[in-house]
Design a protein around this ligand. Structure first.
Ligand code: ADP
Ligand code: MG
Length: 253
């Protein structure tokens, strides 16, 4: 059973069909990549799955449950977290603070502040968890840096760190390496691969195929709101990339 499935998902903006019957299936602990020229509907797809934009029709099934058009906070509680094309950290806060406020149950822990000892213990555990994540991403040395002072690549890592604080089952990422130098881009994907080994599922939109190709398990190609090709595993993915339909949409892109 796939962990995420969409069935005939459609979404129009005025007369424009941004999504036209998009059906995908994503297996647990895999890395799925969606590519496609600008305007293909990739971001719209992510926005619909994560509840930021309602679908006109079709279904989104996650972990066996129908989550179609549920509000983002509810979808988040199912274990789906997303990152944005442009990272949105709180720039005046430090890297560590940005992680602490990303944690799922921070609201509850504030309530628990009435019990001072318990609060201290939770705070301690939270900081420990944040540092583990920062170490994993190799940015622990930046813990007290203001997020607004980070480089583009470091900010992308911080985004991943914030996502990990929520113990997600599925991380959806819109262009995680856009504007990132190749060395750091490979580093980011090496981190993502390790997350996969820990049972986290990754759904990624990215158009720098040269860098990400060797990391992916499953590839979808979108064009004008539709999935035009799909492949699982090295051989099928190779076939997709040589598919005349796919080559054609990339001419002039
Ligand atoms: P991609 O991420 O593949 O570049 P998008 O999903 O951002 O594509 O956009 C798909 C199409 O939908 C584009 O033609 C875009 O202009 C249009 N679109 C996206 N969001 C909106 C919106 N909020 N209002 C109107 N049109 C939109
Ligand atoms: Mg986009």
């Amino acid at each position: 059973m796939p962990i995420l499935e969409t069935k005939n998902l459609s979404k129009s903006f005025g007369g424009l069909k941004a999504l036209n019957n998009v059906s995908i299936e994503i297996d647990e602990s895999t890395l799925t990549l969606i590519i496609g020229p600008n305007g293909s509907g990739k971001s719209t797809f992510i926005n619909v799955v994560s509840g930021f934009i309602p679908a006109d029709s079709g279904r989104v099934i996650f972990d066996g449950k129908d989550i179609t058009n549920k509000p983002p906070n509810e979808i988040y509680n199912y274990g789906i977290v997303r990152t944005f094309q442009t990272p949105q950290p709180l720039k005046e806060m430090t890297v560590l603070e940005n992680l602490l406020i990303a944690e799922r149950h921070i609201g509850e822990s504030v309530l628990n502040a009435l019990n001072y000892k318990k609060w201290l213990k939770m705070e301690e555990e939270l900081v420990e968890k944040a540092f583990k994540i920062l170490k994993f991403l190799k940015i622990d040395h930046l813990w007290d840096r203001k997020a607004g002072q980070l480089s583009g690549g470091q900010m992308k890592l911080l985004e991943i760190g914030r996502a990990l604080m929520t113990n997600p089952k599925l991380i959806i990422m819109d262009e995680p390496i856009a504007g990132v130098a190749p060395g750091l881009a490979h580093e980011i994907f090496n981190h993502l691969i390790k997350l996969k080994e820990r049972g986290i599922t990754l759904l990624i939109v990215e158009h720098r195929l040269d860098i990400v190709l060797k990391y992916i398990d499953h590839l979808y190609v979108m064009f004008e709101g539709e999935v035009i090709a799909e492949g699982r595993g090295e051989k099928e993915i190779e076939k997709v990339l040589n598919d005349p339909k796919v080559l054609e949409v990339y001419v002039g892109d």
